[in-house]
Ligand binder design. Structure first.
Ligand code: X2X
Length: 340
């Protein structure tokens, strides 16, 4: 037999026996997983859990490492998605906010007051909206595997209690990198300034900005009360889920068996991350809120009428962004939430 025939025979035999070709030899020594924040933030915990589960279940064949601080894109979280698509980043656990400059449909989760509670958030990620979003991500050239959670984003500031849009007047607010945030805070009368998470922390420390919005897990791990952020308003205006995803070529380089391991591990790590992200922030367990209150922080819950005033004032933003996101997807989301 000549060489070609020998190889063909070997391949045929391998196929018959169900033996995977020796692809593991092509695997990289390390796969780089991008995140914005590390453990002990729930986001970092979810990413670390994914890495551990995959290492265990592949006997180390797939060696992943978390690179927090979006350091693979010099701290600019709005470039994470593009870098993953191009293979500069192998994998990421990323916020829908940070990928929305490239994937406009992801702004859905930033629509003001769309999701009133966790059940609404779950109705989106675990239902037809989530399926559609994953399809869109695949069309955009990355492979999405599972959901985790940064959380409901509550507003904090160093100046005064916020109960009405009038209280927002003139407050200098750090906002994230999707223009819908500029639109929302401008509509409320505040003075928003967009900056990366890397720049946000010094800006809060020096008082260059008066306030910010982020999940309370971020607030509490960072001890933001020590940065003067001693007014917190619970308004649940938006929430950012996290998505586990892999660069397409990297994904294609794995055997079907390893792809399944990666996906299953992401689902389990995501479920764990969601549990951690909600700990102490639910009706049954408010321990995180109590802990924040015990530090002398003024934590305000809005009445239904107070909340409605914010809904009304941001309504034009909601309408404007419905066009950008796509009226069909927004309608599907509204229906999923109504039927939750
Ligand atoms: O920059 C933020 O506020 C953060 C950490 O929540 C995100 O990456 C969306």
């Amino acid at each position: 037999m000549n060489m070609v025939k020998t190889l063909m025979a070997a391949a045929a035999a391998a196929a018959t026996l169900g033996i995977a070709p020796l692809q593991a030899q092509d695997y990289k020594e390390e796969y780089r997983v991008s995140t914005v924040v590390p453990a002990p933030f729930p986001w970092g915990i979810a990413a670390e859990r994914w890495v551990e589960l995959v290492a265990d279940r592949t006997d180390g064949r797939i060696n992943m490492k978390v690179y927090p601080g979006v350091q693979l894109v010099q701290g600019d979280q709005t470039r994470e998605f593009t870098a993953m698509r191009r293979g500069i980043i192998d994998m990421a656990v990323g916020s829908t906010i940070n990928w929305s400059p490239q994937v406009k449909e992801l702004n859905l989760f930033s629509m003001p007051f769309l999701m009133p509670d966790y059940a609404a958030l779950d109705a989106l990620t675990q239902g037809p909206v989530g399926d559609r979003i994953f399809e869109i991500l695949r069309e955009n050239g990355v492979v999405p595997l599972a959901w985790a959670e940064n959380g409901f984003r509550e507003v904090t500031n160093s100046q005064r209690e916020i109960r009405t849009p009038a209280d927002m007047e003139g407050l200098k607010m750090r906002v994230v990198g999707s223009p819908i945030y500029n639109d929302m805070f401008t509509a409320m009368g505040a003075n928003p300034t967009q900056m990366s998470w890397a720049d946000a922390q010094p800006a809060l420390t020096t008082g260059a900005v008066d306030g910010q919005e982020n999940p309370l897990t971020i607030y509490s791990v960072l001890n933001m009360h020590e940065l003067g952020q001693d007014n917190v308003t619970l308004w649940h205006y938006v929430a950012d889920p996290l998505i586990f995803a892999v660069n397409q070529e990297v994904w294609d380089s794995f055997t079907a068996e390893d792809q399944e391991i990666l996906k299953q591990a992401a689902i389990e790590a995501g479920a764990h991350g969601i549990d951690v992200a909600r700990e102490g922030l639910t009706d049954g367990d408010e321990s995180l809120l109590d802990d924040i209150r015990s530090k002398g922080v003024n934590v305000v819950s809005l009445t239904e009428e107070e909340r409605q005033a914010f809904v009304d004032i941001t309504r034009p933003v909601y309408e404007k962004w419905t066009d950008t996101i796509g009226a069909d997807l927004v309608k599907m989301a509204e229906e999923s939430i109504a039927n939750r």
